[in-house]
Design a protein around this ligand. Structure first.
Ligand code: PFF
Length: 461
């Protein structure tokens, strides 16, 4: 194990900002609304809450503990706690997940850069959601443009990672995450207050309140095993869990930090921002009578329409897409860091080389994802194109399985006292509900994930 000193996060707020920076990203603003839209709204939200609290939080505490205790990357951490066992493979799976997720993540992040450009040239002016949706589909099915932005975004991610994240990323996130938060609140207020949309002939086209109903009123008839698996996958994806990101970030955290409290704060902020994104989007979706099931284009075609209805719309649009891109950047950095920390510490490749090798290979994989909306659209695996396959396999399989292994490792391989001592800073802070947390980690989380998983592949039920 390498024992070179690591410069950790400098302050508690810095830890929250960076970990929340990883958690809050496309998952909250882009993926959560469209998944909720496709999976029945309120029912999906309810399941999502249950998974965040019952499974996400304890797994996040486990990852923080494993990382801070070992001071190592996702693979090295398991090697140090369980030497000469196959447990390190959990970390290897995490590195593989980082490659897969960042490949499509880079593509969507690239879209946000195109939208910053469109906002600058005021291209959305006078467009209704239908036209915006058409524009979005034309853009993503162009083989060149999205790849151009994807490569640009991945370069930006690599530059920050090469430069060393902590100084850069801690500073950026501390400043920008609060602004993003405020902006989403303002957009939410505007969206809810849109009210009734009446056509010139007096017909009601839609009402913004129906969006709130859709988001918060669960329709249980919409729940089937695919919805359950999507909600579980989304909880892991949104909280950046199951692949060693939080282990890696945990390894940069100081010994006096209260890990349980940090985990609760990060999970709370992440969930709050996902819900606020839903409140910003669904009322407008219903006001404009756009199908909530529209899919990945939802945010891109609905939000610019809300901005048109706001005084100073030009600035709102621009500010939103800039912050959206920053939220994506703070997450993509953490994804790349999982792979780079592994390459530098375990394979002893220097940081510059490691970043270039990983970023270039991930970008290449990402080009295939991007082209699956155009020239490669007929390439499919089990009915999903390359882009959707990367997303589905990583979010719905690798992350939950990774999370299950992490919970089993913490609950059964580590000693209870080891876990307790790290979580309580050697007994100096009181851990309320420790027994329940430990019970969930040992039994409930692994069993629940296994059941969802076995059902979804058809081995149960
Ligand atoms: N949590 C990020 C989001 O919601 O956009 C995505 C992500 C980052 C997933 C880091 C996994 C990860 F390790």
């Amino acid at each position: 194990m390498s024992s070179k000193p690591r410069d950790g996060f400098s302050s508690k707020f810095g830890v929250i900002a960076a970990a929340a920076g990883s958690a809050v990203g496309l998952g909250n603003i882009w993926k959560f609304p469209y998944e909720a839209g496709q999976n029945g709204g309120g029912a999906f939200l309810l399941l999502y809450f249950v998974f965040v609290i019952l499974i996400g939080l304890p797994v996040m505490m486990s990852e923080f503990v494993i990382g801070r205790k070992t001071n190592a990357n996702a693979v090295g951490a398991f090697k140090s706690l369980a030497p000469k066992t196959p447990w390190f493979f959990t970390g290897v799976m995490g590195v593989a997940a980082a490659f897969m997720i960042l490949s499509f993540y880079g593509v969507v992040s690239g879209w946000t850069l195109e939208y910053i450009y469109l906002a600058v040239i005021n291209a959305f002016k006078g467009q209704n959601p239908e036209q915006l949706s058409k524009g979005f589909n034309e853009f993503i099915s162009n083989p060149i443009r999205p790849v151009f932005w994807q490569v640009g975004f991945m370069t930006l991610t690599a530059l920050v990672v090469i430069g060393g994240i902590k100084n850069g990323i801690e500073k950026i996130t501390k400043l920008l995450m609060p602004i993003l938060f405020l902006l989403i609140v303002v957009i939410g207020i505007r969206s809810v207050s849109l009210g009734a949309n009446i056509s010139e002939s007096g017909e009601v086209i839609g009402h913004s309140y129906d969006g709130l109903k859709f988001l918060f009123k669960p329709d249980f008839s919409k729940i089937d095993i695919d919805v359950v698996l999507d909600a579980l996958g989304q909880a892991f994806f949104s909280l950046s869990l199951g692949m060693g990101t939080i282990i890696t970030y945990g390894s940069y955290i100081k010994k006096d930090n209260n890990l349980k409290k940090t985990a609760i704060e990060v999970a709370f902020l992440d969930t709050l921002i996902a819900v606020l994104a839903g409140v910003a989007i669904f009322p407008a979706v219903f006001y404009f009578n756009v199908p909530p099931t529209e899919g990945p284009g939802l945010v891109f075609s609905v939000l610019p329409s809300i901005f048109q209805k706001m005084a100073g719309g030009y600035i709102w649009t621009l500010a939103f897409f800039v912050l959206f891109a920053v939220a994506a950047l703070t997450s993509s950095i953490s994804l790349l860091e999982v792979a780079v920390a592994y390459f530098t510490e375990e394979l002893k490749i220097n940081r510059l080389k490691a970043t270039i090798i990983t970023a270039v290979s991930i970008t290449a994989l990402g080009v295939a994802c991007s082209l699956s909306n155009s020239v490669l659209k007929d390439v499919s695996f089990f009915g999903r194109n390359i882009f959707d396959t990367m997303d589905h396999v990583s979010s719905n399989f690798l992350l939950p399985i990774g999370g299950m292994l992490i919970a089993i490792f913490t609950g059964w391989v580590m000693k209870q006292s080891e876990f307790y001592n790290e979580l309580s800073n050697n007994g100096t802070i009181k851990i309320k509900l420790f027994k329940s947390i430990y019970f969930i980690i040992r039994f409930l989380a692994p069993v629940a994930i296994a059941i969802v998983f076995l059902y979804s592949v058809g081995l149960l039920g």
